[in-house]
Design a protein around this ligand. Structure first.
Ligand code: HEC
Length: 244
C-alpha cells in the first residue's frame, strides 16, 4: 500500500536532520496547516502519523473515549489483525505512548471530526467493486442497489471519473436499530462508495459505525452493531485479500 505522508511529518523529518540540537517541535508544528487529518504533536506524533493515516483521519482515533495503555495496545492489534493495517512493529510502543499521553493532555483534541473511512483499494476500480459485492453477499448482506453516478452523468452529457455507490444491508442487523430509534431508518441501508481518483487508484469510502453513534437518538453504543460491515469492506480490498 502506498502511503502519503502528511506534510507535517515530512517537515518534522527535515528539521531533525538539519538541526544540530533537538528542536522545540511543538511550537514549530503549531504553525503548520495540519488540520484534523493528521495527529498534532510534531516529532512525538511521527510514528502514529506514518502508520495510522492510511485508512482514516486522526479525528477518528482522537475522538475515542479515554483508554488505558492496555486498551490502546489492543486497539492497535485490532487494526493490524482485523483490518490488515501495515504497522511497523517497532513503532507500536511509540504509538501506544502517544495515545496514552495525548488522552491525558486532552486539550488539543476537542474539535476533531469523525470522518468517513477512506481506504485505498489494493485492486483496480472494477475488481474492487466486484470484490466488495461478493464479500458483502457472502457475509449475509443484500445489495439493494448499485448507483453508477458516472453513467448518470454521461446520460446528461457530463464527464466524471468512475464513481459507484453500493447500497447494502441486512434486516437482521438493521431492524433492532430502527425499532430503538425510528428516525434512524434514514441512515439505512448502509452505503459504500468506490471511486477512481486522478491517478487511477480505486478508493473505498464509507461511514464508520462510530459516526452514526447516537444519531437520531440511537441508544449509545448501538451503532457498534454496524461495525462488521466495515470489517468486511476493509478486508475485501486489502492487499492480503489478493492471495489466492
Ligand atoms: C488498513 C486500514 C487501517 C489502518 C492503517 C488503521 N486503521 Fe484504524 N480502523 C480501520 C477500520 C476499517 C476501522 C473501523 C471503522 C468502522 O467502524 O467501520 C478503524 C477504526 C479505528 C478506531 C475506532 C474504534 C474501532 O475500533 O473501530 C480507532 C481508535 C483506530 N482505528 C485506531 C487506529 C490506529 C491507532 C492506527 C495505527 C496503528 C490505525 N487505526 C490504522 C482501518 C485502519
Amino acid at each position: 500500500m502506498t502511503r502519503i505522508l502528511p506534510l507535517a511529518t515530512v517537515l518534522a523529518g527535515l528539521a531533525t536532520t538539519s538541526a544540530a540540537e533537538p528542536m522545540p517541535f511543538r511550537s514549530v508544528t503549531v504553525e503548520l496547516p495540519m488540520g484534523d487529518r493528521s495527529f498534532p504533536g510534531g516529532q512525538e506524533a511521527e510514528a502514529i502519523n506514518s502508520n495510522c493515516l492510511a485508512c482514516h483521519s486522526a479525528g477518528m482515533v482522537l475522538t475515542q473515549p479515554r483508554l488505558t495503555r492496555t486498551e490502546w495496545q489492543a486497539e492497535i492489534e485490532k487494526m493490524i489483525h482485523a483490518y490488515k493495517a501495515p504497522v511497523d512493529p517497532s513503532d507500536i510502543p511509540k504509538i501506544v505512548n502517544y495515545l496514552t499521553r495525548m488522552k491525558v493532555d486532552g486539550a488539543e483534541m476537542t474539535h476533531q471530526d469523525v470522518e468517513a473511512v477512506r481506504i485505498q483499494s489494493a485492486f483496480g476500480f472494477e475488481e474492487t467493486l466486484k470484490r466488495l459485492r461478493s464479500a458483502l453477499e457472502v457475509t449475509g448482506f443484500t445489495i439493494f442497489a448499485v448507483i453508477d453516478h458516472r453513467s448518470a452523468a454521461q446520460s446528461v452529457g457530463l464527464a466524471m471519473p468512475p464513481t459507484t455507490v453500493l447500497v447494502f444491508g441486512n434486516p437482521r442487523g438493521g431492524t433492532p436499530l430502527m425499532l430503538a430509534a425510528p428516525d434512524f431508518a434514514l441512515e439505512l441501508p448502509l452505503r459504500v462508495l468506490v471511486r477512481e481518483d486522478e491517478s487511477g487508484r480505486a478508493l473505498v469510502v464509507y461511514n464508520a459505525a462510530k459516526t452514526l453513534d447516537g444519531k437520531h437518538d440511537l441508544p449509545a453504543g448501538m451503532a457498534e452493531r454496524l461495525a462488521p460491515a466495515g470489517k468486511v469492506i476493509a478486508e475485501a480490498v486489502s492487499a492480503s485479500a489478493a492471495a489466492p
